[in-house]
Design a protein around this ligand. Structure first.
Ligand code: KIV
Ligand code: ZN
Length: 510
């Protein structure tokens, strides 16, 4: 019989902490719903005490997710645990995840506490969290640089105080697979009570060993793995969820383990995260990279044509990559569109379906063939939850390789129609300069990228604009068959996000 390993996804907490990966409230909820479609066992929705924004997002996710457990992180402090409970209390399956550092270096220099003090605080805080919630996870931060004897004693006591999951994180990505296997085996033998709880691991990827260490932990008896979509996370990231899941799936013969993950949702989850954050995965990334299933060399192509298994150890279909079929055309009606969305696993309300249908019609008018990936792009562009202070009315560009590019942009700013003409180094620079003049602020363009959603000359152009203001990055996205239009839309989307955030801040001050 295969043993089931639980998947604890921390994309919205550890992942969101990484540079350039921040998401707004609507985006976090959108990602959480996709994680639920993916059937992750636990969604760590954030760190409630970190900010009011985190707390609000955790509350929203707790209300909208029904099947996965929803967790909030909390330091082993009463005020953090109170906030964590405030965040997850309305979840169908709430969890409080509390942690304290246990390595000599962290205890001496960060906490300035002795082993005895750490043990006392951990036990008291687990008991305090237990007064709120049945499901309590305890993490020993920097466990892999901690003493096995101390951890065994600590785990015995926090289990007695009510912890139901014990997490052994490799916080700094320092351990190696064999060493981690032995470490977990040693702790298990010194703390037999671990048999009665879930043993979790949380591996960072500083040495590129995050996935290998997680798998070694499973072999040593771990029953829960903490990981993120695309491997995003602090510094070099966390172990990548899709890699762990597909390794267990593809090598069931070796690991004799399985997960509850709906693997056909892996590709879509990866794409959604990329679209939300604007952080792309490298083409050669395992499982979800653009080249993961591409066979370039003649010898490989020949082999795959004769028998796929010559060079393919898993199918693209198993991660949901087969679905680039022609779906609908410009004559397709709302019913056909709605059926298509349902068959792709989208659960949208009628308002969301209506606005997606309008976008679909606009695109189908310009593009001969609309594919599943186009539909994914349309849906992921929806409901970013930003108030539209700025709206594009139209623009005209005059450009060429021997003239200065000029852009005339007409936009609505808080209901007022404004027209501005500006020049630039190319059509996009000219358009961005004009928009900036309308906005009346000089902004730092941190990053700009353009890619196509599908193949073909009429493919949708997917533009990402990152604007920096006061140390914060705002990611705007735009989609159109016209690359200048998608870039202009992306710039305006980033501006609107910046404005939305300013509104939220002002409300908080009031
Ligand atoms: O890396 C780490 O140790 C963490 C803990 C808070 C689980 O993220
Ligand atoms: Zn971490």
């Amino acid at each position: 019989m295969e043993r089931i390993v639980k998947i604890f996804d921390t994309t919205l907490r550890d992942g969101e902490q990484s540079p350039g990966c921040s998401m707004n409230l609507k985006e976090k909820v959108q990602m959480a719903k996709q994680l639920e479609n993916l059937k992750v066992d636990v969604i760590e929705a954030g760190f409630a005490a970190a900010s009011e924004g985190d707390l609000k997002a955790i509350k929203e996710i707790a209300k909208s997710v029904k099947n996965s457990t929803v967790a909030s992180l909390a330091r082993a402090k009463k005020e953090d645990i109170d906030k964590a409970w405030e965040g997850v209390s309305e979840a169908a399956k709430p969890r409080i995840h509390t942690f304290i550092a246990t390595s000599p270096i962290h205890m001496t220099y960060k906490l300035k506490m002795t082993e005895e003090e750490v043990l006392k605080q951990a036990v008291e805080m687990v008991a305090y969290a237990k007064s709120y919630c049945e499901d309590i996870e305890f993490s020993a931060e920097d466990a892999t640089r901690s003493s096995a004897d101390f951890l065994a004693k600590l785990f015995k006591n926090v289990i007695k105080a009510g912890a139901t999951t014990i997490n052994i994180p490799d916080t700094v990505g320092y351990t190696t697979p064999n060493e981690f296997y032995s470490f977990i085996t040693e702790i298990k033998s010194k703390c037999p009570d671990l048999k009665n709880v879930d043993i979790s691991v949380h591996c960072h990827d500083d040495l590129g060993l995050g996935v290998a260490n997680s798998i070694a932990a499973i072999e040593a008896g771990a029953t829960q793995i903490e990981c993120t979509i695309n491997g995003i996370g602090e510094r070099a990231g966390n172990a990548a969820l899709e890699e762990i899941v597909m390794a267990l799936e593809t090598r069931k013969d070796v690991y004799k383990t399985s997960t509850n993950i709906e693997t056909t949702q892996l590709y879509r989850s990866s794409q959604l995260l990329t679209r939300i954050t604007g952080v792309k995965v490298q083409p050669n990334k395992a499982i979800v990279g653009a080249n993961a299933f591409a066979h370039e060399s003649g010898i490989h192509q020949h082999g795959v044509l004769s028998n796929k298994e010559t060079y393919e150890i898993m199918t693209p279909e198993s991660i949901g990559l087969n679905k680039n079929k022609l779906v609908l055309g410009k004559h397709s009606g709302r019913h056909a569109f709605k059926d298509k969305l349902e068959s792709m696993g989208y659960k949208l309300n009628s308002e969301e379906i209506n606005s997606a249908f309008i976008r679909f019609k606009e695109i189908a008018d310009k593009k001969k063939e609309v594919f599943d990936r186009d539909i994914d792009a349309i849906i992921s562009r929806q409901s970013t939850g930003v108030e539209e202070k700025y709206k594009l009315i139209r623009f005209v560009i005059n450009s060429g390789n021997s003239i200065t590019s000029t852009a005339a942009v007409i936009m609505e700013k808080e209901g007022e129609k404004i027209e501005v003409v500006d020049t630039g180094d190319g059509p996009i620079d000219a358009a961005f300069n004009a928009i900036e003049k309308i906005a009346g602020t000089k902004l730092k363009l941190e990053d700009y990228s353009l890619s196509s959603v599908t193949e073909g000359k009429d493919a949708l152009g997917d533009a990402v604009v990152k604007l920096r203001e006061n140390g914060k990055i705002f990611v705007g996205r735009g989609l159109s068959t016209d690359v200048v239009e998608s870039s202009v839309k992306a710039y305006i989307n980033a501006l609107n996000k910046m404005h939305s955030e300013e509104n939220i801040k002002n409300l908080e001050v009031v």
